[in-house]
Design a protein around this ligand. Sequence first.
Ligand code: ASP
Length: 329
Amino acid sequence: MTDTASDFGYAHRHLLGIEGVKAEEISFLLDLSDGYVELNRGESKKSSLLRGRTIINLFFENSTRTRTSFELAGKRLGGDVINMSVAASSIKKGETLIDTAMTLNAMHPDVLVVRHPESGAVELLSEKVNCAVINAGDGSHEHPTQALLDAVTIRRRRGRLAGLRVAICGDITHSRVARSNIHLLKTMGAELRVIAPPTLLPAAISEMGVEVFFDMRRGLEDCDIVMMLRLQTERMQGSFVPSTREYFHFFGLDRDKLQAAKPDALVMHPGPMNRGVEIDSDLADDLHRSVIREQVEMGVAVRMACLDALTHGLRGNNRPPLETAAVRD
Ligand code: ASP
């Protein structure tokens, strides 16, 4: 991660991952996001902060919510947003990636938001361009804005992150969401558990400072937050689970297994959900337990905060003050 001299709370040129981002920088981005949640809930959602700036969403992998929410975020800040989807089949490994990066760079964008199926591809691209780069998910490596929006959701509901017991459950091996969340929540002082079948746990997981469980009820005991992950079959080569039915039986979240967690434990999922595979459909829609829709709402605010933070250097000190007083639910 390249540092730039900045008096702003996030002092990096890019946002490529959560690993290596300091606790105070994370808090800064969460506070900034809180301010944007209020803007988004108001009547006029428009700001002129990014007027004259160009944001390119460059997606080499499918996305619905992440791409839409980056697009909305850029537009609500008054920027010009262009979406480019590159079909996975047309990717000729690094060559096309770098060619595309150089072509876009020549058009002088201010921010490139990039999603790519290969871990490390976004960082590689960031080394070739002059503008700020945001990683919108690279392979099974990182998805930093997802972890930030999860953290905003939790912090607004619980008032803190430190000391909370969080269980991340399911397909850890293929999940960039799990990795970014582990880095963020550990940095902010939460207690982390992962619950998965051994086939869906990476070998190096214990080096990440998490407690490992192979049984849902034991792992969920007294948890404040239950974060479910999608079974990412598109990243699997071969069979990792006997059948989706059996997977649901042992590792799918339903009301029965959830009883092991704290009575007010929050249920989360980054989406898209495989209903009836990793999560019971009714539970996912139960607004008393599930904050899945709120996560989507927070996504727009977090992406506005990230665009704001990464373009701060371009504005000098001409930034209108933003109301960042946290209003918690
Ligand atoms: N939307 C998230 C991601 O892009 C989670 C998922 O796809 O399961 O990683």
